[in-house]
Design a protein around this ligand. Structure first.
Ligand code: SF4
Length: 293
């Protein structure tokens, strides 16, 4: 049964309390929304904001990015982390140029068919850029639904079909209202119903929330642990990639060897960069990838 009363409450709250984020401004292109969604997938808003402005100033359209070398996309990605996203965004821009004449498509099926665009991103772009009615389900939304509707502290393992269905029934019928509700649920999860310290006293769903009404029972399973970064292969990959990003041309192996003492870990990290297409080897020297000839 559809119940959009929660959506209406959250949307009203959103209009008064939402953060003023640049990709939410009136007139931002679908490309701007898509870029923001890819950047935000694994990086905090405060780090994404300046990177998004720089990216959009340099590549305001998919056509502009598609014309650039992949190496430039990786350089511009800087320290946002998980740099494969830069390559995926570049491949996505090329596909938009080839298949859609340079315009981000508005049909969900077309968005889903773009490289690097998954269930969440496709629906986010369809809802936020094209004002369509689609359930947009990220970690924050899953947590809000788990607490408000199911009365549990956190969502269980992600199951795409069930997650989409659980949010779909909460959305108003009218597309514009549904799009507003989608961003409002996300915002609530990001700034009020956070994983570790929900601000229930300031939450518009205070009276409706099943978990809060049940006395906020603790998780019956251990909460997710924060991933360690120091000393991981990810850190070593980041250090190696920083050398390649900052070098004007190919670098000798010795430059890479200097950044990390553990040879086995360094070799593993470099092999990963080569395999992911984030680096390439030319006559025993290493550099960021170029466009295939
Ligand atoms: S009342 Fe608390 S737990 Fe429930 S949705 Fe609001 S912030 Fe989350």
């Amino acid at each position: 049964m559809r119940d959009s009363s929660l959506a209406e409450t959250v949307t009203r709250w959103y209009h008064e309390h939402a953060r003023d984020l640049p990709w939410r401004a009136t007139g931002v292109s679908a490309w701007g929304v898509l870029v923001s969604e890819v950047m935000l997938q694994q990086t905090q808003v405060s780090r994404v904001e300046p990177a998004w402005h720089q990216w959009m100033a340099r590549w305001p359209t998919p056509t502009a990015l598609a014309a650039a070398e992949p190496a430039e996309a990786i350089r511009a990605w800087g320290r946002l982390g998980y740099p494969r996203r830069a390559l995926r965004l570049h491949a996505c821009a090329q596909a938009i140029v080839e298949r859609h004449d340079g315009s981000v498509p508005d049909r969900l099926e077309d968005l889903l068919a773009l490289p690097g665009v998954g269930t969440y991103t496709a629906r986010a772009v369809a809802a936020f850029a094209f004002r369509q009615r689609h359930p947009v389900v990220d970690t924050n939304v899953r947590r809000v639904v788990a607490r408000v509707v199911d009365g549990t502290a956190d969502s269980g393992p992600s199951t795409t079909a069930a997650d989409l269905a659980a949010v779909e029934v909460l959305l108003p019928d009218e597309p514009e209202a549904a799009a507003r509700a989608s961003v409002a649920f996300m915002e609530l999860g990001a700034v009020r119903c956070t994983a570790r310290a929900p601000r229930c006293a300031d939450c518009p769903l205070w009276t409706a929330c099943a978990w809060r009404r049940a006395g906020a029972p603790a998780l019956s399973r251990p909460s997710r642990r924060t991933q360690r970064y120091a000393g991981t292969d990810r850190q070593v990959r980041g250090l190696l990639l920083a050398v390649l990003r900052e070098a004007p041309g190919p670098v000798p192996r010795s430059r890479l060897d200097a950044v990390w003492g553990d040879a086995a870990q360094r070799n593993r990290a470099l092999a990963g960069l080569l395999e992911d297409g984030l680096a390439c080897e030319v006559h025993g020297r290493y550099k960021l990838p170029s466009r295939p000839l």
